[in-house]
Design a protein around this ligand. Structure first.
Ligand SMILES: Nc1ncnc2c1ncn2[C@@H]1O[C@H](COP(=O)(O)OP(=O)(O)O)[C@@H](O)[C@H]1O
Ligand SMILES: [Mg+2]
Length: 262
């Protein structure tokens, strides 16, 4: 045990939308320099957990700490400073339609003091290469890109400028296995070589196995299992077992007819 506080820690976080307890006492923590992956069925609260930490959704209860200090109460300038530490990929990429690819990627960099458009454009082109896209894509607009390309531009934007904390929501959804592997390696390289800390929400079990230091499984807004990638294959936790082995029967009730599993 060390005395260093977790990089990010959520304790008993609750978020309600009307009668729906979307986060229902969620506990999570990730240490500096590690990759935490959130898995769990659709609607289990993965995206909401990420949004709550960065203050895009404000919890109704519980606490969120960064390096041991409360951050869920930050507002105004202190909140803006807090947010600058994050590179974020939203589940639906969230690109600015009116800006070309390079300005999307360089959005945060352009706001730094002394930034020039020429230097940021060059940096954006380089980042495009790292996600397997040609620098020629720099001047295209998001609407001119396929879904998979938009996803990769979103990842490039999250990584640009090497932020100390990466939040990636479904970074490999909709990508083919080869491109998924490129992205998995990129996330790993970024965290391992730059010492950043990452939380990744994913429905891709290959991604979860490949990149995670720790995996947390969510179900109905709570953590129901936590472990390492190796432990996923030996765990007899019923939630993890059902989800990891894609079983119809178990504690997770899916709103589909049994026909779909035949
Ligand atoms: N802005 C919102 N308004 C109402 N309900 C929401 C909102 N955001 C999320 N939810 C609900 O919170 C739950 C968790 O959603 P989400 O975090 O997106 O799930 P996941 O990412 O695991 O698929 C779902 O029941 C969803 O409908
Ligand atoms: Mg989601």
């Amino acid at each position: 045990m060390s005395d260093t506080p977790a990089k990010i820690k959520m304790t008993g976080v609750e978020k309600r939308f009307g009668a729906n307890k979307a986060l229902d006492g969620l506990d999570l923590s990730v240490n500096a320099g590690e990759i935490l992956t959130l898995i769990g069925p659709s609607g289990s609260g993965k995206s909401l957990a990420l949004k709550s930490i960065v203050g895009l959704e404000r919890p109704n209860g519980g606490t969120i700490e960064l390096d041991g200090a409360r951050v869920d109460t930050l507002r105004g300038e202190a909140y803006d400073e807090f947010l600058k530490q994050f590179g974020i990929l939203f589940q639906r990429s969230g690109l600015f339609d009116g800006l070309p690819v390079w300005e999307n990627i360089g959005f945060r960099l352009l706001q730094l003091p002394g930034a020039t458009r020429k230097a940021v454009r060059e940096q954006a082109a380089e980042t495009l290469r790292s996600v397997g896209l040609s620098p020629d894509a720099a001047d295209l607009f998001p609407a001119e890109l396929s879904g998979g390309m938009q996803k990769r531009v979103g990842i490039a934007r999250a990584l640009a400028g090497n932020p100390p904390i990466l939040f990636l929501d479904e970074p490999t959804a909709g990508l083919d296995p080869i491109m998924s592997n490129v992205i998995n390696n990129l996330v790993l390289e970024n965290v391992r070589s730059l010492g950043s800390t990452a939380i990744v929400a994913t429905s891709n079990l290959v991604t979860a196995s490949r990149i995670s230091d720790k995996i947390v499984m969510l179900h109905e807004g709570r953590s129901v299992w936590a472990g390492t990638p190796d432990e996923t294959t030996t765990s007899d936790n019923p939630y993890l077992y059902q989800f990891w082995n894609k079983k119809k029967d178990g504690p997770i009730k899916m709103p589909v007819s049994s026909m779909a599993f035949q």
